[in-house]
Design a protein around this ligand. Structure first.
Ligand code: GDP
Ligand code: IMO
Ligand code: MG
Length: 427
């Protein structure tokens, strides 16, 4: 079985590590960029010569002419957001057409009742701080075998029939359990049927396309991250898809032999949006300092991100789950002004040292992090373009992280722009 020339870019923490920037950078030497899971809960930021683009649905390779972008069957798609994004890109001069974007016929479609249910549940006691984009409810439908896929969506008669089968139960839940208004078919059907017609030319067999292009350079774009993975993250404070490497095969219909290099995106510190355990969360003052310097506000919801110190226990878990071959370390410049930088190497819980990640919420919520402290460099590093341009304290921090995780760091981010990058190993 030939090994495919592919790179997977995957989040290793709680998302927003800077995947969009690195995928955009690596797209230059890729023929295909394929997303395999998640939906418009993702917010991937690309900055090229000062111009910012935030993508929620469309893969981050779209800015490169000649790159084919794909959304695999594991992706969930909101047709309204999808076309809004295409229109915004088109207006700014980026071509988006079936020539450079394919949507799998098996993607599940996010419909108004998914969003209504997500919002209704987030008003209740079981709130987990979702993006309220309908992600949980649409994946629930998929697993429960009652979802509506793109292939049905683009066929008006089938779409209408499937809605008739689905809506009564949804509306009973919305009205009786949550006391919300029902979602009426006549209020959205005509608009969605129009969007479906517009989507038709983009629809294809992604698995077949990838199989017949396995001689090409393929980039797999992860959304969310390992700690938000439905199986391997901090359940139930996770998203509803497999955001780690395993999701590539099931979410695109490719064999495990398609996976070659696996690049884990690691932020030089850590952030989390929404609820859930965060052992290394900083105190309010330090958190605010990092939040301001790092611009840590959600690219999707605008919510302030919680900030914390880098957590090696979680990163070793991410290394194992994903089989990381390389690391891209982002946002090193955000630490420029700090006197000291902390690195969490283990936790203690009831007097016991814990060095391996556990998904046990009791431990994650009540453990105490064990920190090592390193001196800061107190210098602006945003202009550094080679490793040797970095102050020796910054070099030491990078090298120590590399040693602690045991994976080579190939890329270092020193600013949001595509150019503000140090490449220590060509991928
Ligand atoms: P993603 O979801 O993993 O693609 O990350 P987001 O785009 O949600 O959040 C990352 C934020 O950090 C964005 O605002 C990026 O422009 C920015 N960013 C990415 N890499 C760097 C970096 O190396 N330094 C700085 N200062 N900002 C960065
Ligand atoms: P990118 O791809 C950060 C978080 C939400 C919430 C939990 C569940 O930009 O890294 P959901 O709407 O998915 O049901 O919410 O997951 N979350 C993210 N956090 N980055 C993301 O994506 C996220 N996508 C979902 O904040 O805690
Ligand atoms: Mg993001």
């Amino acid at each position: 079985m030939p090994v495919v020339n592919s790179i997977l870019v995957v989040g290793t923490q709680f998302g927003d590590e800077g995947k969009g920037k690195v995928i955009d950078l690596l797209s230059e030497r890729s023929d295909i960029v394929a997303r395999f899971q998640g939906g418009n809960n993702a917010g991937h930021t690309l900055v090229v010569k000062g111009k910012k683009t935030i993508l929620h649905h469309i893969p981050s390779g779209i800015l490169h002419k000649g790159t084919m972008c794909m959304m695999g069957n594991g992706v969930v798609i909101d047709p309204v957001v999808f076309f809004k994004e295409i229109d915004t890109l088109t207006q700014s001069g980026v071509e988006v057409s079936p020539k450079n974007l394919m949507v799998s016929e098996n993607c599940h479609v996010i419909l108004p009742y998914h969003i209504a249910l997500d919002k209704a549940r987030e008003r209740g006691a079981g709130k987990i701080g979702t993006t309220c984009r309908g992600i949980g409810p649409v994946y629930e439908d998929k697993i429960a075998r009652r979802g509506i896929r793109v292939q049905e969506f683009v066929d008006k008669a089938r779409f209408a029939k499937r809605l008739d089968e689905t809506l009564p139960e949804k509306n009973k839940t919305l009205t009786v359990i949550y006391g919300e208004k029902p979602i009426l078919k006549e209020d959205f059907f005509a608009h969605y049927a129009q969007l479906a017609e517009r989507m038709q030319p983009f629809v294809g067999n992604v698995s077949l396309y990838l199989d017949s292009h396995k001689d090409k350079r393929i980039l797999f774009e992860g959304a969310q991250a390992t700690m938000l993975d439905i199986d391997h993250g901090t359940y139930p404070f996770v998203t509803s898809s497999n955001a780690s490497a395993g999701g590539v095969c099931t979410g695109l219909g490719v064999s495990p032999f398609f996976l070659n290099k696996v690049v884990g995106l690691v932020k030089a510190y850590q952030t989390r949006v929404g609820g859930g355990p965060f052992p290394t969360e900083m105190d309010e003052q330090m958190g605010e300092k990092v939040r301001q310097k790092g611009g840590e506000f959600g690219a999707t919801t605008g919510r302030p991100r919680r900030c914390g110190w880098i957590d090696i226990v979680m990163l070793k878990h991410a290394k194992r789950i994903n089989g990381l071959t390389h690391i891209a370390l982002s946002k090193l410049d955000v630490l420029d002004e700090l006197d000291e930088i902390k690195i969490c190497t283990a936790y203690t819980f009831h007097g016991k040292r814990i060095a391996e990640f556990t998904s046990d919420l009791q431990v994650l919520e009540h453990c105490t992090p064990v920190y090592e402290t390193m001196p800061g460099w107190k210098r602006d590093i945003s202009g550094a373009r080679t490793f040797s341009d970095l102050p020796k304290q910054a070099q030491a921090y990078v090298k120590h992280i590399e040693t602690l995780i045991g994976v080579p760091i190939a890329i270092i981010g020193v600013g949001p722009d595509r150019e503000q990058t140090i490449v220590t190993e060509e991928l």
